[in-house]
Design a protein around this ligand. Structure first.
Ligand SMILES: Cc1cc2nc3c(=O)[nH]c(=O)nc-3n(C[C@H](O)[C@H](O)[C@H](O)COP(=O)(O)OP(=O)(O)OC[C@H]3O[C@@H](n4cnc5c(N)ncnc54)[C@H](O)[C@@H]3O)c2cc1C
Length: 439
C-alpha cells in the first residue's frame, strides 16, 4: 500500500477537471506531492482553457438523471461554500423548449426530492416575464418555456483563479510549461511528462486533463513511445465554438441587469445545438455562443491528421474570422431581433473543448498504460461541475467510483452514434470560412 507521503500525482491541465482534481486530492492526502502543470500561468491575463472565461452557466436543468444529480450537488456548493459562493449569480434560467425537455427536467427534480422553483409555462405567459425582455425572441416551434429560478451563472475565470490559488495554499505545486510528451518506463507504465523546453517531471500517477489538446498530446506520446494504444482514436474530438459579447448602453444595462440566463433549445431534427444568452458581466457585457461547433482537422505529425486547436500558443482564440462573428449576430438576433442591431460587439473568442459522441466525460484509467489516467471531455457542458469533478476523479484514481459512473465515463466503452447529439461538432472550420477568412 502506498503511504500518504509516497503518493505523487502530476495533473496536466489546469482547467476545471485538473484544478478540481488537485483540490480534492490535496484535501484527501495532505502530504502527497500534487503538481498541476499548464501551458498558461493560472493568473495569466488570457488563457486557452475552455474553463477560463467571463461567465459560464451553472444549472441543474438536465434531462440525463445522472448529470442532473451531479449538477445539483455542484450547485449546492456554488451557493453555500465561501470559496465558490462569491462567484455564483442565481439569476435563474429561461429555456425555450421545442421537445419534452422541460417535463423531463421537472420530473427528475421531483424524483430527486428537490423543491426548486422550477416550472414550464406556455409561450404567451413566459414572454411577458422579466419586463418583456425576451418578447422579441424566436419562438418558432417552441412547446413551452422552462423557468428555473435556482440556476444561474458563475464568473468562470474568477472562480478558476480563486480555487487554483486555494490549491496552492494547501500545498499543490503549479508549474507553467507545455507538455510535449508523456514519459514511460521499459514496461510501458507512465512515469511522468516531458515539457517542450526539456524538463522532466515524474510521478506515480499522471492525469491528463488537457481539454481540446488531449488527442494531440496522446498522438505525440504514442509516436514518442511507440505504443499506438495511447492514441485517443474515435473516443475524443476537439472542436471550437465562437463566443461574442456586446457592451450595453447605460440605459439598457438597467433593464438587463436582473435577467436570467436564456437558452434556445432544439431537437435533433432541427439540427442546432442549444444557444445561450448570458446576463451582463460586471462590465455590462452580454454574451452569446454560436450554433457552429467546428472541428479543425490538421496534420499534427507527418501523415497523422486529427482535429486540434490551431498550433499557436494561444490557439488563435482571439482571431475570430467574419463568418464566425456572423454566427454570434445570428445567436443575438434569436433573442433580441432587430432591436439589437446597433449594439456594439466588443469581444469575440473561439473556445476549444473536447467532445465525446454521448457528451459523457472521460474519467478513467487509460487502458494502454499503467499509471496513466484521463479526466476531461467536458463536451460543452463540463464547467458547472467544477466543485465536484475532483471528488469523482479521486474516487476513480482510488478505484472507488461507483459502477454506474465507471461505465458512463470509461475510456473503453460502446459509444452511441453522434447523429442524435445536437451538441456534437457539426462542421469543419475551413468549410465555414471564406478563402480570405481562414486562420
Ligand atoms: C463556448 C463554450 C461555452 C461553454 N459554456 C459552458 C457553460 O455555460 N456551462 C458549462 O457547464 N460548461 C460550458 N462549457 C464547457 C466547459 O467550459 C468545458 O467543458 C470545461 O471547461 C472543460 O474543462 P477541461 O478542464 O477539460 O479543459 P480546459 O478548461 O480547456 O483546460 C485544459 C487545460 O489544459 C492545458 N493544456 C492543454 N495542453 C497542454 C499541454 N500540452 N501542456 C500543458 N498544458 C496543457 C490548457 O492550457 C488548459 O488550461 C462551454 C464550453 C465552450 C467551448
Amino acid at each position: 500500500m502506498t503511504s500518504n507521503n509516497n503518493r505523487s500525482y502530476i495533473i496536466i491541465g489546469a482547467g476545471v477537471f485538473g484544478v478540481s482534481t488537485a483540490y480534492h486530492l490535496i484535501q484527501k492526502y495532505p502530504n502527497a506531492s500534487v503538481t498541476l502543470i499548464d501551458r498558461d500561468a493560472y493568473d495569466a491575463e488570457s488563457r486557452v482553457a475552455a474553463s477560463w472565461d467571463w461567465n459560464k452557466v451553472v444549472r441543474a436543468d438536465y434531462d440525463d438523471k445522472i448529470y442532473c444529480k451531479l449538477a445539483l450537488e455542484a450547485q449546492d456548493i456554488f451557493k453555500t461554500d465561501p470559496l465558490w459562493q462569491p462567484h455564483f449569480h442565481q439569476t435563474g434560467v429561461y429555456w425555450t423548449c421545442r421537445s419534452d425537455y422541460a417535463q423531463n427536467v421537472i420530473n427528475h427534480h421531483k424524483e430527486l426530492g428537490r423543491n426548486d422553483d422550477i416550472i414550464a409555462l406556455p409561450v404567451s405567459e413566459a414572454r411577458k416575464l422579466y419586463g418583456g425582455l425576451f418578447d422579441n425572441a424566436d419562438y418558432t416551434g417552441v412547446k413551452e418555456v422552462l423557468i428555473n429560478k435556482a440556476s444561474g451563472w458563475a464568473a468562470a475565470g474568477d472562480v478558476l483563479r480563486a480555487v487554483t490559488k486555494k490549491c496552492l495554499e494547501l500545498g499543490v505545486r503549479y508549474v507553467t510549461g507545455e507538455v510535449a510528451t508523456l514519459q514511460f518506463d521499459g514496461r510501458g507504465s507512465c512515469t511522468g511528462v516531458k515539457t517542450k523546453d526539456g524538463r522532466v517531471l515524474s510521478a506515480s500517477k499522471v492525469i491528463v486533463s488537457t481539454g481540446a489538446f488531449t488527442p494531440t498530446l496522446l498522438e505525440w506520446s504514442a509516436a514518442d513511445s511507440g505504443n499506438a494504444g495511447i492514441r485517443a482514436g474515435e473516443r475524443i474530438l476537439a472542436a471550437g465554438i465562437t463566443t461574442g459579447m456586446a457592451k450595453l448602453k447605460k440605459e439598457d444595462h438597467e433593464r438587463f441587469k436582473n435577467m436570467p440566463v436564456g437558452f434556445q433549445g432544439y431537437t435533433p431534427e432541427q439540427g442546432k445545438p442549444f444557444i445561450g444568452s448570458l446576463p451582463p458581466t460586471k462590465d455590462g457585457e452580454l454574451k452569446w455562443w454560436g450554433s457552429k461547433i467546428f472541428t479543425n482537422t490538421r496534420e499534427v505529425l507527418p501523415g497523422r491528421y486529427l482535429s486540434a486547436p490551431p498550433p499557436s500558443q494561444d490557439y488563435n482564440q482571439w482571431k475570430v474570422p467574419g463568418p464566425l462573428k456572423q454566427d454570434i449576430i445570428e445567436a443575438r438576433n434569436l433573442w433580441y431581433g432587430p432591436a439589437s442591431a446597433d449594439w456594439e460587439m466588443t469581444k469575440h473568442r473561439i473556445c476549444w473543448d473536447a467532445f465525446t459522441t454521448s457528451s459523457d466525460f472521460i474519467i478513467s484509467p487509460h487502458s494502454a498504460s499503467k499509471g496513466l489516467y484521463v479526466a476531461t471531455c467536458g463536451s460543452f457542458h463540463g464547467f458547472k461541475f467544477f466543485p465536484v469533478l475532483g471528488k469523482y476523479i479521486v474516487q476513480m484514481l482510488d478505484g472507488e467510483l461507483e459502477s454506474e459512473l465507471v461505465e458512463k465515463w470509461a475510456w473503453d466503452r460502446q459509444r452511441p452514434d453522434s447523429s442524435l447529439n445536437v451538441e456534437y461538432p457539426n462542421s469543419e472550420m475551413r468549410h465555414l470560412l471564406g478563402p480570405t477568412a481562414r486562420l
